[in-house]
Write a protein that binds this ligand. Structure first.
Ligand code: AVJ
Length: 324
């Protein structure tokens, strides 16, 4: 018996997942700028490669966010106050959540929300084992849509949505705003949001973080084709694609591509796609923000900034908002 209980699971996108995914992939490859959603990165191998990315010397994001957390967690916990319910969007890096859990006072509950049920239950059990005084209530749901929160035994003073890792960077500005609205809904009255964002900075630094010299990000990017070959019966030849990440200063985002090195035809589920030499498949956008820019977007979604913390190099920021 797992110590944490999986409570709520109503969200729509469970059935027909395979066909929805296949349809999405076919649609993306049919566009003039071919694209595959970054959500397909994270199979088992992809998740392992992402963990390796987080340790790369060029990938400053994880390391910097952790250092900000470690330095300011006491003040963060102070502002959050006692008996909060911590709702993590995406059950991600257990290191970050552990730093918070170790410092929060009389937490009412820890509620990790993730679409991947197996991963979620595993991660939640680990936390429940190491924090026996915390009620861990995982929710299997697609957090881009509103979901029902479980009822902790102890009534929370406030719900605090936690979204670390600059994961919001994967969303377009419109989608990020919509996600902030869901967070606003889940935070409820007296609620709050603690969120990590990667800041705009020199193009060279950002591009190096996504074009690492060890080639791990290239492996991570190519793995999306490997996965589509395996799960959707495609015949991508990985050797015929090269990884490239470009920072667009105009858009304030990293654009990650797989570039075809020859004219080729790829078949997926009986559909053929011609890809010419030099043509690219877009696999990821990773938006970088200014603190002011993000604060303005959050304000439109009903959050007002209470406090923000950054590192000395102004590489990354952790923002604490109260819900209007
Ligand atoms: C998980 C979305 C925060 O955009 O930096 C890392 C994913 N892609 N290297 C990011 C990623 C390539 C990462 N996020």
């Amino acid at each position: 018996m797992s110590r944490s209980q999986l409570r709520s699971t109503q969200l729509t996108k469970q059935d027909d997942d395979i066909t929805d995914d296949l349809r999405e992939i076919l649609t993306g490859l049919g566009k003039s700028q071919k694209a595959i959603s970054s959500k397909f990165f994270y199979d088992e191998r992809g998740s392992r490669l992402f963990d390796q990315i987080c340790d790369l010397p060029e990938y400053y994001l994880t390391r910097t966010e952790l250092s900000i957390l470690r330095e300011h967690v006491v003040e963060m916990a102070d502002r959050i106050g006692p008996q909060a319910s911590l709702i993590e969007f995406g059950s991600g890096s257990s290191l970050k959540i552990r730093i918070l859990l170790e410092n929060l006072d009389q937490l009412a509950a820890y509620v990790p929300v993730d679409i991947s049920r197996d991963y979620l239950v595993m991660a939640a059990d680990d936390i429940a084992r190491d924090f026996p005084e915390v009620e861990v209530l995982p929710v299997a749901a697609d957090f881009t849509y509103p979901f029902d929160l479980p009822d902790p035994v102890v009534t929370p003073v406030r719900n605090v949505v936690y979204f670390p890792g600059s994961t919001i960077g994967n969303f377009s500005h419109t989608a990020a705003h919509d996600l902030l609205r869901v967070m606003h809904h889940e935070a409820g009255n007296n609620g709050a949001l603690l969120i990590g964002i990667d800041l705009q900075k020199d193009k060279e630094i950002i591009e190096a973080a996504y074009n690492d010299s060890a080639g791990v990000t290239a492996e991570f990017n190519l793995n999306i084709l490997r996965r589509i070959n395996r799960e959707f019966g495609a015949d991508f030849k990985l050797d015929d694609f090269r990884h490239r990440a470009i920072y667009s200063e105009a858009s304030g985002r990293i654009e990650m591509y797989l570039i075809s090195s020859c004219d080729q035809i790829v078949t997926i589920a009986g559909y053929n796609f011609a890809i010419s030499a030099g043509e690219s498949i877009l696999t990821e956008h990773s938006h970088k923000y200014t603190t002011e820019g993000f604060v303005a977007m959050a304000a439109r979604a009903g959050f007002r900034l209470e406090k923000h913390w950054s590192d000395s190099g102004k590489m990354f920021a952790v923002l604490y908002f109260l819900r209007d």
